[in-house]
Write a protein that binds this ligand. Structure first.
Ligand code: XMP
Length: 518
């Protein structure tokens, strides 16, 4: 566990609990999310939180077996912030009264106005008299618990902000963590200031602790790490190498579906720049032969996934006696989120990038990024000196160009696609747009069309360009390039890449489309 001051978020199953953690990490405060049914007295003693947040959740305090925190949480003598369902839990547990929603649930934007009395939690709020907040609740507080007073009201929630300032217990009906509460971050800043956090959760500190933890876990054992060239596995590898030097061997499986110059970049970066032992497994023949004549998207994915595991295992065996497999698993993949049927069932989301391998090979997992969010991984990468060009890279899918080549994959098509994609990305960089875009790529379509170049007829492939903005890849909008940009890029591609004579721009968002073509 971290040596830093710790904040405990008790999760009652809200969809947005992770965002609370995000807001706190942005304030350099270390926090962990734990489901309510895993938090008992012994846990509280060991965790020793400096403050506690009770999350929102879909349950009703009236429901049988309604999720509750252990009563001891209110005797810890630390500040507590209850959000939405968390507010109702506080009232319920501390002697107030919650009323069942009468079907008039309040969802969406609302405006909170201050009462006469000032509250430290609300410092910096109400400069403009009212603050916009996001409400999402059915039940509501009807009578406050002893010691609590009202500090903010909204038309639908007379108890929008309540507190017992002497005990530093705060309870709000709205969600300060979502971006529809535009100045919600201020409340978290106030809360951690009141609780006395020093904001010492920095990447420098994390790096030192992570190195010590890796050394303690692996001792003098050997570790293998699958490197994809993506940000997560790259940062994990560099961190591991700092911790254990040559006990680490990276395996980079080149499936022949990488972009132009990609394999060389990865090898140069890790072998030459960082001096990290690296097995560059050029298995393109194996993969491309297996994919020959295959056009069904799911079949392609299954072939690639299966071969990847075989190849990785073969090369990992060459690193005789490895006991550990390192992965770039992130925090969102490991948070245990409460699955809500009201009961205590807990769904554990775990993410194995090379699924099934650890058990098959008798390996233990080393996951040095499992406490970090994606942007924190990028910050750690910067801290470790990885170049910006690597850290800011757009995501690239495991199956690589196979899913950007709808229909049958041929070596000729892949060669054309690589060149066209490189020009497209070059254009985006030249126009200073790369960092504004979540992901951009070209796809070669399984269709040939007629064109005219010079005095001659052409009959070549059509290319689709895709660029999307997104926060997490779950939903996406197409990027609104200017017509000048699109025209210039299409002209360059058609002039410079034999085999392409027509370029389309994909204006589908997700949903209904997906980001990749397959
Ligand atoms: P879709 O196409 O599902 O993609 O909208 C969402 C994001 O996930 C990436 N993606 C993958 N990443 N292995 C990966 O590591 C995969 O099999 C895979 N399929 C899609 C995609 O590039 C986008 O960022």
């Amino acid at each position: 566990m971290s040596q830093h001051d710790r904040l405990l978020i008790i999760d009652f199953g809200s969809q947005v609990t992770q965002l609370i953690a995000r807001r706190l990490r942005e304030l350099n405060v270390y926090c962990e999310i734990h489901p309510f049914n895993r938090v008992d007295d012994a846990f509280l003693r060991d965790f020793a939180p400096k403050a506690v947040i009770l999350s929102g959740g879909p349950a009703s305090v009236f429901a049988e077996g309604a999720p509750m925190p252990p009563a001891r949480v209110f005797d810890l003598g630390v500040p507590i912030l209850g959000i939405c369902y968390g507010q109702q839990v506080m009232m319920h547990c501390l002697g107030g009264h919650v009323e069942r929603g009468d079907g008039t649930a309040e969802f969406g934007r609302a405006h909170v106005s201050p009462t006469e009395e000032r509250l430290d939690l609300l410092q910096g709020w109400f400069d403009e008299a009212r603050e916009q907040v996001w409400m999402s609740h059915g039940d509501h507080v009807a009578r406050l618990a002893p010691g609590f007073r009202v500090f903010g009201t909204s038309p639908g929630a007379p108890f929008a902000v309540t507190a017992d300032p002497d005990r530093h217990f705060y309870a709000v009906q709205f969600h300060p963590e979502v971006h529809h509460t535009p100045r919600g971050a201020q409340l978290y800043a106030n809360f951690v200031r009141i609780a006395g956090f020093s904001g010492d959760w920095t990447m420098g500190a994390y790096r030192e602790e992570a190195v010590a933890k890796i050394r303690a876990q692996v001792g003098d054992g050997k570790v293998i790490c699958g490197l994809s060239g993506g940000v997560d596995s790259s940062v994990a590898a560099v961190l591991l190498h700092e911790a254990i030097g040559d006990q680490l061997t990276c395996v980079f499986v080149d499936h022949g579906l990488l972009r132009l110059g990609e394999a060389e970049q990865v090898v140069t970066m890790f072998r030459d720049h960082y001096n990290i032992p690296l097995i560059h497994a050029d298995e393109s023949e194996l993969f491309l032969t297996a994919l020959d004549g295959v056009s069904d998207p799911e079949t392609k994915r299954k072939i690639i996934g299966g071969l990847f595991i075989d190849v990785f295992q073969k090369h990992a065996n060459d690193v005789g006696g490895a006991k550990f497999l390192a992965q770039g698993t992130l925090y969102p993949d490991v948070i245990e989120s409460v699955s809500f049927s009201g009961g205590p069932s807990v769904t554990i989301k775990s993410h194995h990038n090379v699924g099934g391998l650890p058990a098959k090979m008798g390996l233990k997992l080393v996951e040095p990024l499992r406490e970090l969010f994606k942007d924190e991984v990028r910050a750690l990468g910067r801290e470790l000196g990885l170049p910006e060009s690597f850290i800011g890279r757009h995501p690239f899918p495991g199956p690589g160009l196979a899913i950007r080549c709808p229909g049958e994959i041929t070596r000729d098509k892949l060669a054309i696609l690589r060149r066209a994609d490189a020009i497209y990305i070059d254009q985006i960089r030249k126009h200073g747009l790369y960092d504004e875009i979540w992901q951009a790529f070209a796809a070669i379509l399984p269709v040939r069309t007629v064109g005219v170049m010079g005095d001659g007829r052409t009959y070549d492939f059509a290319l689709a360009l895709r660029a999307v903005t997104s926060v997490d890849g779950m939903t996406a909008d197409y990027y609104p390039f200017s017509h000048d940009f699109l025209g210039e890029t299409a002209t360059r591609i058609i002039n410079e890449v034999p085999g392409i004579n027509r370029v389309f721009y994909d204006v589908t968002s997700k949903p209904p489309g997906t980001i990749e073509m397959e």
